[in-house]
Design a protein around this ligand. Structure first.
Ligand SMILES: Nc1nc2c(ncn2[C@@H]2O[C@H](COP(=O)(O)OP(=O)(O)O)[C@@H](O)[C@H]2O)c(=O)[nH]1
Ligand SMILES: [Mg+2]
Length: 255
């Protein structure tokens, strides 16, 4: 898939209904009526989503289904993994990816997919490219987040930078890219499955001596965050931050 196709395909998948349709079609082919039963929208609306997915090459109709009726199937891999946190889900995807370059992005498309070439360009010279919501002029795209989220982010960043990652200003941007080798090496050593996994990956990348590019990207807060700030999450985050350097005491630089 070339850049433009990949960018457009990601943009098409920003819609949660379309993502669900692709998931269903990855399980097995469905016709429109079967798909429609899963959604509270009209059948023509489902057909329109299907058309968009077909146009972007994410789904194809099966000509051989002509005899048994209509049927579409997904053309991209959808991994079903046990529900065990964002870190666990991203790890599964990164280790399964076969491309020369491997990128992950938040499903709410808080980073517009058009930003993808910035990461892939950076990966022509660096082995790891970290999307960053902080711009070269110092302005911070996270300003669109609610005030309490910015406060929690600042506390998190202070702890993470002192203890784990050093001078990386935005560890949590959900838009990062890796060479195939770096992705396999880093994600196979990842142990943290919570939202702190980004910090662990950066920690490992530095310890292993990968070249790291920080890539300023556009970003916009998308409401509907599933993060539930509270005592339980704070404890979990603090514990994960604390244990990252201990978990990887014996990690050595690559030769
Ligand atoms: N598979 C999976 N993805 C998750 C999980 N938690 C978060 N995500 C992903 O992480 C992204 C960021 O989460 P979000 O709730 O938007 O958090 P926020 O943007 O930091 O407030 C989402 O778009 C999801 O793609 C999880 O438990 N499992
Ligand atoms: Mg989000």
């Amino acid at each position: 898939m070339c850049y433009i196709q990949a960018v457009n395909a990601l943009a098409a998948l920003a819609d949660p209904t379309r993502r669900r349709i692709v998931e269903l079609l990855a399980e097995r082919p469905h016709d429109v009526a079967e798909l429609n039963a899963h959604f509270p929208i009209s059948q023509p609306a489902v057909s329109r989503h299907l058309r968009v997915l077909r146009e972007h090459g994410l789904v194809r109709s099966r000509p051989e289904a002509a005899r048994t009726g209509d049927g579409d199937q997904a053309t991209l891999s959808v991994l079903a993994v046990a529900h065990a946190g964002k870190g666990s889900a991203v790890r599964s995807g990164m280790l399964a990816a076969t491309g020369d370059l491997v990128v992950f992005a938040d499903a709410d498309m808080a980073t517009p997919p058009e930003e993808l070439p910035k990461l892939t360009n950076a990966l022509e010279t660096a082995e790891v490219a970290l999307g960053s919501r902080i711009q070269p002029d110092g302005s911070d795209m996270r300003a669109t987040q609610p005030r309490y989220r910015r406060f929690l982010g600042a506390v998190f960043h202070t702890l993470a930078s002192i203890w784990v990652v050093g001078d990386v200003k935005d560890t949590q941007c959900g838009f990062k890219g890796f060479s195939h080798e770096a992705a396999q090496d880093l994600f196979s050593q990842q142990k943290v499955t919570s939202i702190v996994f980004d910090v662990e990956i950066i920690h490992l990348a530095r310890r292993r001596g990968y070249s790291i590019a920080v890539v300023p990207i556009r970003w916009e807060d998308v409401r509907g965050s599933r993060m539930r700030p509270g005592a339980a999450l704070a404890l979990k985050v603090a514990w994960d931050l604390f244990r990252i350097p201990l978990l990887h005491r014996s990690v050595r630089k690559r030769r």
